[in-house]
Ligand binder design. Structure first.
Ligand code: FES
Length: 174
């Protein structure tokens, strides 16, 4: 069952979308925002709300890497390892993050704080290497900058602050 908040948001933006199917992307974003990931149960609810078969919802949710189909850490650290980033030191960033967090790419720290992954092109090739920390972008990185980012994120998490959503404007879609 989708929350009232999600239903209200979708009902509010419905006139801007040509079909119910086109609303699936925002519904999945909102589910992920609320629960931290997109479960099968949530996909069923999304399908019922938009009158789409579960197979269609799964097809879309599993196509885009931005939708997380398993529980995630509070901070989703995605390091681009595509060609521009790789040529500019992404391998060093991955090695640094793995060592510091004590996990491999695709894993979550035991305390549930960080999930680390390698991703394909974040569309910041001109300022490679790049990463995303939840919704925030960081570009032209090196290992010292990554350490600063992780220091700050850990500090903010410990203080109970929201991490990696500095560009978020509440009540505005997208
Ligand atoms: S290759 Fe990394 S942002 Fe495009």
């Amino acid at each position: 069952m989708l929350s009232e908040k999600i239903k209200n948001t979708i009902n509010g933006i419905r006139p801007q979308f040509p079909t119910e199917q086109a609303l699936l992307l925002p519904v999945l974003h909102l589910i992920q925002d609320e629960y931290g990931w997109v479960s099968e149960e949530s996909m069923k609810s999304a399908g019922e709300f938009l009158n789409l078969p579960l197979s269609k919802v799964k097809e879309v949710a599993s196509f885009y890497t931005m939708y997380k189909l398993h529980p995630q850490g509070k901070v989703d650290l995605q390091i681009c390892t595509n060609i521009s980033c790789w040529l500019n030191g992404a391998d060093k960033l991955v090695a640094c993050a793995e060592k510091r967090l004590g996990i491999k790419c695709g894993e979550t720290t035991k305390d549930g704080s960080f999930t680390l992954s390698q991703v394909e092109c974040l569309a910041a090739c001109g300022t490679a290497p790049a990463l995303m920390l939840n919704e925030d972008y960081y570009e032209s990185l090196d290992v010292p900058k990554l350490n600063e980012i992780l220091d700050q994120a850990s500090k903010d998490l410990a203080a109970g602050k929201v991490v990696g959503k500095t560009t978020r404007k509440e009540g505005v879609w997208p």
